[in-house]
Ligand binder design. Sequence first.
Ligand code: PLP
Length: 349
Amino acid sequence: MTERVLPPPTLRLTVDTEALAANWCALDALSGGASAGAAVKADAYGLGVETCVPVLRDAGCRTFFVAHWSEVAPVIAHVPGDQIAVLHGVLTEADCAYARATGAVPVINSLDQAALWTATGGGRCHLMVDTGINRLGIALGEAGDPAVAALEIDILMSHLASADERTAMNRMQAELLSEAAEAIPHQRLSLANSAGIGLGESFAFDLTRPGLALYGGVPREELAGHIRPVARVEAQLLQTRNLAPGEGVGYNATFIAPTHMRVGTVSIGYADGFLRARGPGNALFHQGRALPILGKVSMDMVVVDLAAARDLAAGDWLDVPWNLADAAQQNALSAYELLTTIGPRLRQS
Ligand SMILES: *Cc1c(COP(=O)(O)O)cnc(C)c1O
């Protein structure tokens, strides 16, 4: 029997952990007197909790936001449970029991959630107040409800709907949170996500909750000089071939070679998060040389034009642009989608 050795993967995601730590420190500094936490939901926006949470912790982060209870365990492997906030709150007694068993803290979002948390034993929690996004959170009019008064609230928070835009709604939401803060006893106040930090210190309150910008996204110009790219994606050429004029490429032959062409098949596809919207009109790169994408993106592959790099052969690595600012503009995908659709084959590499 020969030993089973997994060969190296043909695609890889490299997380620049120094840039990640630097981005957290920059966002913490931009938060002024407030501290920055970190949104690490959706497996740290696709970049991996395993990789990102220890780096954020070592940089000084002490509050970590996830959406689901299923996301607590991977985070709690690296930080104390009471530093984890679960944004979806508690819907069932099982959620409450899990919160108490792990120490992770629910963000209470409704009077029903408040009553359930209290009925199952109460204890420290966070409270979301809706100030206009109409997604999660109690209404301002519910601030005086006895179910709210019964809570032991650490972070009183709200979420900005349009922090990436210049709109009067931002200031209005901040004012509504301040109003809620007068009516509801709490330890700390929190409003700003990444873009909200760019709005200035008056939006930072006690704790900010950046996600996207930690991972290299720049949702507002004010952050541009402060945020470094974090994710680098590369994929290997699997095969090269020559096309005769009139030959088609990929499913449905949506690209037809107009002339003799040298093309290459690359080991990345939509299952890896390289969605079809990133096909024609975009390019992969080799040492700065653009290699236009031909035809449809397949599940595991994409074909590129090698006219600018005829020397390349199977095994050569290509850069797959994951530049959050540019790529989002080119592809009608938001930077958030670019990150959170990164597929498991790429993440495990
Ligand atoms: C996801 C999320 C964040 C982080 O937002 P970014 O725009 O990624 O910085 C902050 N707060 C809440 C409530 C969230 O759901």
